[in-house]
Ligand binder design. Structure first.
Ligand SMILES: *Cc1c(COP(=O)(O)O)cnc(C)c1O
Length: 361
């Protein structure tokens, strides 16, 4: 037996399972399993990546000034309070590493994003899972679960995989009710899809205990580039920057994200298409007897009668070349999460679910 042992908590981590991308024996598939932008990144972002290849012998920026300033300008934020990460996953990891350790508790909700638990365990801290109310974040349950060991509370708003969100008044009540020395992390991976919602940025500006995370992987279609950011009080950013590697983001990634966020026309077009097709898809599924909660993101959570039916439907969709996401690992065994694709994909998946409900297997 080897004497080499991992730190406490590490072996409790179950590996993250990403959305499937192939079906054996099916050539042309439609991937609706990872909440990717069906239209891809802005052409300006693609051009920026091509231009960046001439500089690949140089180390990238460590301060990320240009991208932080571009983000600050678009969102009306203070660029000194922005930190960039290799996806927002890295920001989540920095937060856990910097603020939680052995003996500390980190709260996430029962259908919350898998990375909260993974990064908590990686930091040696203890994840605490709190009930939601009918697939919606429940502020009272979170407040009731807080102890003097609670250091972090993670909520995604809108949440993945439910697509539901809570209002600003509830978020403020949560931030106000947390114990001292506990940070509220608002994961805004899907905030761009909600018109008029700032992801909690203004709350960050007026409180000491709120951090917001955002990503270029969803609306901006840059999941393959791995760029995310956090917005936090200066003191918190200063702490997080100490655990950040100086060259965490590559030159092409920085260039792509800067061009993407500056292309407002493209981003708005993608958001509007998502809003239109999401409504169409939810309605089409409801007509086939498959209800969804009202989603505010770029996916819907389709609810089936029971776990067997959800699995059978997933298997049938795969025979049709349609890849969606099973979410049993998120305590939702009777559901399938379906990314809002382009119009042909939405029509295809709705049609196939209709056929399945009509008896096709
Ligand atoms: C997709 C997603 C992320 C973003 O991940 P990246 O590391 O930025 O690609 C973060 N939180 C939630 C809830 C997500 O669904």
């Amino acid at each position: 037996m080897t004497k080499i042992k991992a730190q406490p908590g590490i072996m409790d981590i179950s590996l993250y399972v990403g959305g499937k991308s192939h079906v054996d024996g099916v050539a042309n598939t439609v991937k609706l399993s990872s909440n990717e932008n069906p239209f891809g990144p802005s052409p300006a972002a693609q051009e920026a990546v091509k231009r960046s290849v001439h500089d690949l012998h140089r180390y990238p920026s460590t301060s990320h000034d240009e991208l932080r300033e571009a983000i600050a300008e678009v969102h009306g934020l203070d660029s000194d309070k922005i930190i960039l990460g290799v996806g927002s996953d890295e920001i989540i990891a920095f937060i856990c590493q910097a603020f939680a350790g052995p003996g500390d508790e980190v709260i996430h909700t029962e259908h919350g994003f898998a990375m909260y638990r993974i990064s908590t365990l990686a930091a040696g801290a203890t994840p605490v899972e709190v009930k939601e109310h009918e697939r919606v974040t429940d502020v009272d349950s979170i407040l009731a679960a807080c102890t003097d060991k609670t250091r972090l509370v993670f909520i995604a708003n809108p949440n993945n995989p439910t697509g539901t969100m809570i209002g600003m008044a509830e978020i403020e009540r949560l931030a106000e009710g947390l114990p001292e020395n506990c940070l509220l992390v608002l994961d805004g991976a899907y905030a761009e899809y909600v018109e008029g919602y700032d992801g909690g940025a203004k709350l960050v500006d007026v409180r000491e205990n709120v951090v917001m995370t955002r990503t270029f992987s969803k609306l901006y279609g840059l999941g393959g580039m791995r760029v995310g950011w956090g917005y936090a009080p200066k003191e918190v950013v200063d702490i997080l920057n100490r655990v950040r590697g100086p060259f965490n983001l590559s030159t092409p990634a920085l260039a792509a994200a800067e061009a993407a966020i500056k292309d407002r026309t493209y981003a708005e077009k993608c958001r509007d298409e998502n809003t239109r097709l999401r409504a169409w898809l939810s309605e089409a599924l409801a007509e086939h007897g498959v209800p969804c909660d009202t989603s505010t993101a770029n996916f819907v959570l389709a609810r089936f009668g029971n776990p067997d039916e959800a699995q059978a439907c997933d298997a049938y969709l795969q025979t049709q070349g349609l890849i969606v996401r099973q979410v049993a690992g998120y305590n939702l065994p009777n559901c399938l999460r379906i990314t809002v694709g382009d119009e042909p994909s939405c029509r295809q998946v709705a049609h196939a679910i209709g056929q399945f409900k009509a008896g096709a297997r």
